[in-house]
Structures are given as structure tokens and as C-alpha cells.
Design a protein around this ligand. Structure first.
Ligand code: SAM
Length: 181
């Protein structure tokens, strides 16, 4: 079977990470990705960002560990909290499932965050972005990301789009950025 979107996103990270690496969850939400990342780096560290205190609090309850730092701030401010080298990062765009649907990621801060995180990546490092484009601002964010990332020079990064093209209801897809050596 072809790999589905969310497990594929995790595998794109898993295959390049070693136990002592630094990783970033740019959209903590309920903390599931943070917990996954923390399990990959028992001797490393995960920085997990969210603008919603409720999200950070509930994630911290589930996934507290010495190797996780929760940051209650926007991912566009990543460089204020995280130093290079970062091996990988993940963005799960959109709104928190079961939460306030008016608080979503936005194209301008998402692009600032992806660009900022890319600067911190080690060569061969990756950023996985799960793009949800069923809601209006998600469509704007999708288009802005595709326009911006399509223009990145190919000697600087490889940018992959991983998407099933015959799924209904605006099924999410992945953008995977790999920094070239
Ligand atoms: N990965 C999460 C999980 O495992 O539950 C789901 C993330 S949810 C789709 C998107 C999250 O991004 C929301 O919790 C929202 O508060 C957060 N968010 C929105 N704008 C943000 C920003 N500028 N910086 C960091 N987080 C942001």
C-alpha cells in the first residue's frame, strides 16, 4: 500500500533523525507530533510552539519530558528560542481539532516561520508541512506556500509535494523541504 499522508510525513522525518538531534514542532496543538518527535530524540531536544496557551497546557500534561521545551509564542519567532543546528521540523497547518476554528495558521507567519526554520537546518535537514486547505484561509496559505517554495533555488533546497490527487474533500497533502548539503 502507498503510504498515507500523516504516516508518510513522520517517516520523512524519522529516516534522517538520530537520538541526539534538535527538532521543532512548529504547531504544537494537542501535542501528538511533539510526543512523536520527543520519542525520536531521547538524547536531544524538541522545541514545540503554539500561540494558544490551552494547547500548550494540554500538550504538556500528555507529553511532559526533560527533552521538550514548550514555547507559548508564534513560530515566526523561532530564531529567538532555537539555535542551529536543527535536524527537522514539522508544521501541521490549520486550526486545532476540537478547538477554536478562528485561530488558524496564516500564510504570512507560516512563510516567515518556514524561512526562519530553514536557516537553522543542518545540511540534509528537513521540514515537513501538512497542508490543510479545506477552509478559506487554508486555501490562501496553500497558494502562498506553493508560490514561495516553487521559487526557492534548486541548489539550496529540494521541495517535494506528496499528494493523492483523486481524494475528495480537500484532503491534506505534504510539502517536504530538504536542505541541500
Ligand atoms: N500538531 C498538532 C497536534 O498534533 O495536535 C495539531 C496542530 S493544529 C492543526 C494547528 C495549531 O497551530 C493550533 O493549535 C494553532 O493554535 C497553532 N498556531 C496557529 N498560528 C500559530 C503560530 N503563528 N505559531 C505557532 N502556532 C500557531
Amino acid at each position: 500500500m502507498l503510504q498515507r499522508i500523516l504516516p508518510a510525513g513522520k517517516d520523512f522525518i524519522k529516516e534522517i533523525v538520530t537520538a541526539e538531534n534538535t527538532l521543532v514542532d512548529a504547531t504544537c496543538g494537542n501535542g501528538h507530533d511533539t510526543g512523536f518527535l520527543a520519542g525520536l530524540v531521547p538524547d536531544g531536544h524538541v522545541y514545540s510552539f503554539d500561540v494558544q496557551a490551552e494547547a500548550i497546557d494540554s500538550a504538556r500534561e500528555k507529553y511532559n519530558g526533560d527533552n521538550i521545551t514548550f514555547v507559548h509564542d508564534g513560530h515566526e519567532n523561532i530564531s529567538q528560542y532555537v539555535k542551529a543546528p536543527v535536524r527537522a521540523g514539522i508544521f501541521n497547518l490549520g486550526y486545532l481539532p476540537g478547538g477554536d476554528k478562528s485561530i488558524t495558521t496564516a500564510y504570512d507567519t507560516t512563510i516567515a516561520a518556514v524561512t526562519g526554520l530553514f536557516e537553522l537546518l543542518s545540511p540534509g535537514g528537513r521540514i515537513v508541512i501538512v497542508v490543510y486547505h479545506g477552509h478559506d484561509s487554508g486555501k490562501v496559505e496553500r497558494d502562498a506556500l506553493l508560490e514561495t517554495l516553487s521559487a526557492w533555488p534548486q541548489d539550496k533546497a529540494q521541495v517535494l509535494r506528496y499528494q493523492y490527487i483523486n481524494q475528495k474533500n480537500n484532503a491534506p497533502f505534504l510539502l517536504v523541504i530538504e536542505k541541500l548539503k
